[in-house]
Design a protein. Sequence first.
Length: 214
Amino acid sequence: MKMVFLGPPGAGKGTLSDMASARLNLPHISTGDLFRAAVKHETELGKKVKDIIALGQLVPDDLTIALVRERLNHGDASKGWILDGFPRTTAQAEALQEVDPVDLVVDFEVQDSLILFRLTGRRLCPQCGKIYHLVTMPPAKEGLCDHCGGSLSSRPDDREEAIRVRLLAYREQTEPLIAWYGSRDLLVTIDGSGAPDLVYSRFESAVIRYRQDR
Ligand code: AP5
Ligand code: MG
């Protein structure tokens, strides 16, 4: 199954993608994670996108589409995937339909107040990518990743100023995709509030309904 996880910053796309990827045995492809890895390893792409990401702006479509096109060519993506954070513009959605059409788009809805709470409390393991929250999903040992022992840190774009820019980019460039996919009968909307297991059960029900309908 080929799925896109859509939603504003902090909606829980990464958290739910990790759960769905493990349970459904599908690769979790996050463009944000791919860009952050490129920045960390100081590749040519990383140098181009470092400041754009830290400011909270969108990376240009040509770079993003080329990145996803290349990633979807890997063997693990032949039977399905979960795309997290892509597409984010109509041009990206059109490109995806040409390269490898999506089966289902899951839109996670959350209120702005919850977004701010989630992003300002988020901590990330830069070594293995595991996502934590200081209140809702704290690590067992403060500041250390349960999975690999790495030192947890905040994302540079989780500063308040960058969050504002990201939310604006979402409203102006990404939110129109809800109607775009809706008109193609590919969209399900899910309430993204509540504990991860509750959100996951809503997601699971939506997938079951989708399979029954086709
Ligand atoms: P990206 O990494 O995709 O960031 P984003 O879309 O802003 O989304 P986030 O990763 O911030 O949130 P999320 O929905 O994954 O939430 P999470 O699960 O972490 O993109 C970063 C940047 O890269 C962009 O700004 C842009 O510059 C560039 N980029 C990426 N893709 C691009 C594209 N296609 N085109 C152009 N540019 C692109 O959860 C957030 C927090 O909440 C965590 O602390 C988590 O523990 C907690 N949490 C999550 N769910 C729950 C829950 N159910 N209950 C309690 N706590 C929860
Ligand atoms: Mg994410």
